[in-house]
Design a binder for this molecule. Structure first.
Ligand SMILES: [Zn+2]
Ligand SMILES: [Zn+2]
Length: 161
């Protein structure tokens, strides 16, 4: 395994390692993400939407505190939080056929200079219909999710026509 990044929850009791760059990153505005984030001790988790890095499951390894992970089932996903600081570590689909890739809370990934590298530039907003505030950027905004992420594929802009 070629270590690319290390990460830790807010209280540092859960640590993990990532191999390679993310498949993509995205912002999710769904109520589930917001509800889970509201529990977190990490301020960055509570901006109203989640920032998730998609990784193949086998590129992700918990290196400390796996016994502290607390599972929260929401809709079709299982979300794993640190039971001490409640920061989301990762989420995985409950459907075995959709478990190749997982979503990792990018706020917990540590970078040497403290800023997100270009490989972490988000490629879209999803569940924009549930947002609590408008976002002014050039990224595509999906009403729910793209088809390849098991959504309708509808863009929010299309919805207003
Ligand atoms: Zn923690
Ligand atoms: Zn979400």
């Amino acid at each position: 395994m070629t270590l690319q990044y290390q990460g830790a929850c807010f209280c540092k009791k859960v640590k993990f390692e990532l191999e390679d760059e993310p498949l993509f990153t995205q912002y999710c505005h769904c109520n589930k993400c917001r509800e889970i984030a509201s529990l977190s001790d990490r301020t960055e988790d509570k901006v109203g939407y989640s920032f998730t890095a998609a990784y193949f499951k086998d590129k992700f390894k918990i290196t400390l505190g796996s016994n502290l992970l607390k599972k929260q089932a929401r809709n079709t996903a299982d979300l794993f939080l640190c039971s001490a600081c409640n920061s989301l570590i990762y989420g995985i689909s409950q459907d075995p056929s959709k478990q190749a890739a997982i979503g990792i809370n990018a706020n917990n990934i540590m970078f040497s200079d403290g800023v997100f590298p270009l490989s972490f530039k988000a490629n879209k907003h999803i569940w924009y219909q549930d947002r609590i505030g408008d976002i002014n950027d050039d990224l595509p905004k999906y009403k729910d999710a793209p088809i390849e992420q098991f959504g309708s594929g509808q863009l929010w802009e299309n919805n207003k026509l």
